[in-house]
Write a protein that binds this ligand. Sequence first.
Ligand code: FES
Length: 124
Amino acid sequence: MENWFYACKIEDVPANGGVCVKYKEEQIALFNFSRRGEWYATQNECPHRQQMALSRGMIGSQNDEPKVACPFHKKTFSLATGECLSGDECAIKTYAVKIEGDKIYINLHPSAPKGELETHELIA
Ligand code: FES
């Protein structure tokens, strides 16, 4: 399982919520978007004011784009591409997530530009 690390179990992540997973020095926000049946992982740091906060952000959809809103100043980011949806230049890193049984794995290699690589996998 090259580049994949074990993050946690499915039951550790609240439905339609997120948790922060630490891997070495990295903090990763992992989201269980159960309303859509999807999982996403991004950097936990909000690029606006460098707050480690995105895992506590509200998730939702904007024109079918899955997004997270930072709890501090409500800047929103696409969970699929990392693009800032609030019109700012800043973007966040997104990571691939995969589920095997009840275990969640994250791939820390930053995702390829939109369209070249799936940034998440659906739960089977
Ligand atoms: S720190 Fe996240 S929006 Fe300001």
